[in-house]
Design a protein around this ligand. Structure first.
Ligand SMILES: *[C@@H]1O[C@H](CO)[C@@H](O)[C@H](O)[C@H]1NC(C)=O
Length: 261
């Protein structure tokens, strides 16, 4: 059982915590804390993206043909999550069947450029969600933390803003879990982005392409070379603020060996 790792990460990064697997992330990434930056980085999904003069990212190229995951590949990598009863009675759980289209949709939506980028993101989400079992933090139960990438609230907030700008309170970005009312608002924003497989599985790809710490690994494809475990470690430590660990590499190896072939 990989609960500790699983429920700790991505923004995971926030509180040092569980079993020492998580480091502190909050101090690093989000631009400058209290002011959310809604319009700073629109999701790279808008259709006129390549024709704009946006200087924040190079003009994306379309994903290579055949750059998709298949159900067979997911079942080979994560056999338990391929069982029909895997999620029975478990709220927030998804099977490989749910994951396949959602992952492929996100690769297109966020214009993922290389196989290594997709491998890294899927490995992180598999680890963070305990193989698709969870989409909210249940241990210790951090307010607002969720999606398959198990992002901390500050990222969940930015992600929700990117997807549902009309539904997100513009003043809620800096809320802290200090009252029942705050908790309800924060968890409500998390609910917005954890209700569909597309949004849940899209989170890791959004993080890579939009967060301050993740984005360099997207805009410079040389930072994540195909089949390179050291590069994945660099993404973990520099991109996510999570410590490199044998367990993370094991998950990455499984994904690298089986997916996007
Ligand atoms: C808000 O959530 C935190 C966990 O993030 C919890 O420790 C705290 O007790 C909650 N506060 C209330 C009033 O429910």
């Amino acid at each position: 059982m990989k609960l500790t790792a699983a429920l700790c990460v991505l923004g995971a990064l926030a509180q040092a915590g569980l079993a020492g697997k998580c480091s502190s992330y909050q101090s690093a990434p989000p631009a400058s804390s209290d002011t959310p930056t809604p319009s700073a980085s629109p999701p790279p999904s808008s259709t006129d993206y390549s024709s704009s003069s946006d200087t924040s990212a190079p003009a994306p190229t379309s994903a290579p043909a055949g750059f998709k995951v298949t159900l067979d590949q997911l079942n080979a990598a994560f056999p338990d999550a391929g069982q029909s009863g895997y999620c029975s009675g478990k709220k927030g759980c998804n099977t490989n069947q749910d994951a396949v289209a959602a992952i492929n949709n996100a690769i297109t939506k966020y214009n993922i450029k290389t196989r290594a980028q997709a491998v890294a993101v899927v490995a992180v989400m598999a680890l963070e969600s305990d193989y698709w079992m969870y989409n909210v933090n249940v241990f210790p139960g951090r307010t607002g933390q969720g999606t398959k990438a198990m992002m901390m609230y500050n990222f969940v907030y930015s992600y929700a803003q990117s997807l549902y700008p009309d539904k997100v309170d513009p003043n809620a970005g800096s809320l802290q879990p200090t009252s029942a009312a705050n908790n309800a608002t924060m968890n409500g924003i998390r609910d917005l982005v954890t209700s569909t497989p597309n949004d849940n599985f899209g989170a890791g790809f959004w993080y890579l392409t939009n967060s301050d710490a993740g984005k360099p690994f997207y805009t410079d494809p040389a930072k994540l070379r195909d089949g390179n475990a050291d590069d994945f470690n660099a993404y973990s430590t520099q991109g996510l603020g999570a410590p490199a660990s044998p367990e993370r590499i094991t998950v990455w190896q499984t994904v690298n060996q089986n997916l996007f072939k």
